[in-house]
Design a protein around this ligand. Structure first.
Ligand code: HEC
Length: 130
């Protein structure tokens, strides 16, 4: 019977025990779809976060109001351009209160939430020279 090929995929879904597996598979597929659009949203969220918090001390984007910290902290474009700077380093730096462990740091101690750190990292990494 030729139609059995078409009927097969629907069968497991109707049977209770297979529903969670089917659902998990669908969710996994949805998760894999996190592509350029999600990245762009993440970078934009990081840019907004940076303009709100980090711009008080750093130049984080062209055209922002001047930082209040004098002298300003290094600009985000300068930080991003450092060849040794990568996601792992940023994550380590931003997951500790700034200035806490680094006694010589002039950066005020404050802590970002994990999701805020993700956004800030996405934005900083997007500023890396291509
Ligand atoms: C109160 C001022 C202040 C704020 C707010 C601030 N920074 Fe900084 N930041 C500094 C100063 C000063 C330095 C340079 C001294 C240092 O490296 O610790 C710095 C350095 C850095 C560095 C480079 C560290 C290094 O070792 O080169 C990164 C990355 C950074 N800041 C990220 C951020 C991010 C992301 C935010 C916003 C979520 C932010 N900063 C907010 C003052 C600030």
């Amino acid at each position: 019977m030729h139609s059995s090929y078409l009927a097969k995929p629907a069968a497991p879904i109707r049977r209770g025990p297979f529903v969670p597996a089917a659902l998990a598979f669908a969710l996994a597929l949805a998760g894999m779809g996190s592509g350029a659009a999600d990245d762009a949203a993440m970078i934009e969220a990081g840019r907004e976060l940076a303009l709100e918090i980090c711009a008080k001390c750093h130049v984080v984007a062209a055209g922002q109001p001047p930082p209040v910290l004098r002298p300003p902290a290094p600009s985000f474009s300068d930080i991003a351009a450092r060849p040794d700077l990568d996601e792992a380093w940023l994550r380590a730096f931003l997951s500790r209160p700034h200035g806490g462990e680094r006694r010589t740091s002039a950066m005020a101690p404050f802590l970002l939430s994990a999701s805020q750190a993700d956004q800030a990292i996405a934005y900083l990494m997007s500023l890396k020279p291509q």
